[in-house]
Design a protein around this ligand. Structure first.
Ligand SMILES: *Cc1c(COP(=O)(O)O)cnc(C)c1O
Length: 460
């Protein structure tokens, strides 16, 4: 096992999975319109569609569920959650939400006070961008250029481009910037981390210009562990201390707890000290999510989350988590599969433009490789490329993504290295056949978020 760590848990409850035959896989994929989103999970052997809400809870979390207080208002479960979040963030106010986008729909419109205001992020996650736009704002991404160099060995590919950030603020006018959102880790660019040095610069620029700073921190614990591993001066700090230092650099924390909350559903809004902003969120959460002491969650959900937030900061857990991703990346690289390197926190991103260069972007090379991977091994991955990007709203032309990625997303505490070995073997086989594959044509395409429901047929 040389330099990969061992799992800091053993298995107490199992959920059977089954590999259906190749003939059945062919038939199911055809029926699903060559779109793995449309497959039934029982027809999938290893499901790497997403790490969102797909992980395993610990026995402490299952025990905590039994303590859920289902009072509509002021439940004990809420106060346990609030105490945990305050302890981790150092923030004064906490409001639960049903998931990340719930937190976004409550908080973001309170920041975007006038239509046309700008929000700047390293890279907006897609629901975050959608909520900025729904609130009348415009989302601008401002990530460092190292982010797009797939093979460059750079420790913090999620960082902001600081010079670009400063010039954007000058160009648009500081009074027109509603917020700066630090997405940690940077989900849309491979779960790549952001350094504390970079976040300090972002905070300094924001404060000089009077702009609020938001952390979109679905994977803040993974980010903190990357800092411990890679940033000078943090090797002897605990992950919790590093996380605290991170939260000190922002005013508002939004979280999809389906990631580093280690639960299957949940979200959070935490506010450092701005009482007026807290009141605005408190008013808005009631019609959108629910009363401010439950925000769309049951009491038991909040108790499981209170425990999960603490477990996600445990260093043996984080070490194994990041090692699992690195392990899969190393196997694929050794087998000649082109990936984003170094691997990020929650997934391995595979460069399908390089695997099947003969397929044009608007016939979706990464979707083709996804389908072939399912046929080969019953493995479900997801396209993160031109299919996901969609069409230009004005010209209606297909937009071309920078990279045609296939994402192998690893659920937390769910699969073993044997499963990952199998995934690597199957994908190495598929990649070798890449130059023979044909592209896809739409049979059905929905006008928004088309990747979820689209149906295709293979090119003749
Ligand atoms: C998942 C995610 C969200 C949205 O959260 P949901 O729980 O899926 O609604 C927002 N931002 C980031 C960075 C995410 O990864």
């Amino acid at each position: 096992m040389n330099n990969y760590s061992l799992p800091p848990f053993k298995i107490k409850m199992v959920e059977p999975i089954k590999l259906i035959s190749r003939e059945e896989r062919i038939e199911r994929l055809k029926k699903a319109g060559f779109n793995p989103f449309r497959l039934k999970s029982e027809d999938v052997f290893i499901d790497l569609l997403t790490d969102s809400g797909t992980g395993a809870m610990s026995h402490f979390q299952w025990a905590a569920l039994m303590m859920g207080d289902e009072a509509y208002a002021g439940s004990r479960s809420f106060f346990r959650l609030e105490e945990t979040v305050k302890d981790i963030t150092g923030y004064k106010y906490v409001i639960p939400a049903h998931q990340g986008r719930g937190a976004e729909q409550v908080a973001l419109p309170n920041l975007i006070k006038r239509p046309g205001m700008y929000v700047i992020s390293n890279i907006h996650f897609d629901t975050t961008r959608a909520h900025v736009e729904l609130a009348g704002g415009r989302a601008i991404d401002c990530v460092c250029k190292e982010c797009f160099d797939l093979e460059l060995d750079y420790p913090f590919k999620g960082n902001f481009d600081i010079l670009k950030l400063e010039s954007l603020i000058k160009q648009k006018g500081k009074e027109n910037i509603a917020a700066i959102i630090m997405t940690i880790t940077n989900n849309s660019a491979g779960g790549q981390p952001v350094s504390l040095a970079n976040m300090k610069e972002v905070n300094r620029i924001a404060k000089t210009n009077g702009i609020p700073v938001v952390i979109d921190g679905a994977r803040y614990a993974e980010n903190a562990y990357f800092i411990k591993l890679r940033e000078d001066g943090y090797q002897n700090k605990t992950v919790k201390e590093i996380a605290k230092e991170t939260f000190d650099l922002a005013d508002i924390f939004l979280m999809s707890s389906k990631k580093d909350g280690l639960v299957n559903i949940g979200g959070l809004i935490a506010i450092k000290d701005n009482e007026e902003f807290f009141r605005l969120c408190q008013v808005r959460v009631i019609p959108m999510e629910g009363f401010p002491t439950y925000g769309g969650l049951s009491g038991r959900d909040m108790d499981a989350l209170a425990v999960g937030l603490k477990e996600a900061l445990e260093e043996d857990y984080l070490q194994y988590r990041l090692d699992e991703i690195r392990y899969l990346g190393d196997k694929l690289q050794a087998g000649g599969v082109p990936i984003q390197y170094p691997t990020g926190g929650h997934a391995v991103f595979v460069d399908c433009g390089a695997i099947c260069p003969q397929i044009p972007f608007d016939q979706f090379p990464a979707q083709v490789v996804c389908n072939e991977l399912y046929l080969e091994g019953g493995i479900r991955a997801v396209e993160i490329g031109s299919l996901l990007l969609g069409r230009d709203p004005d010209t209606h032309e297909n937009l071309k993504a920078d990279k045609e990625f296939l994402r192998l997303t690893i659920p937390r505490r769910t699969y073993t290295l044997e499963h990952l070995n199998y995934v690597a073997e199957c994908l190495i086989k598929v990649a070798k056949k890449g130059p023979q594959f044909k592209g896809l044509d739409f049979v059905y395409e929905s006008p928004i978020l088309r990747h979820f429901t689209a149906e295709f047929k293979p090119k003749e």
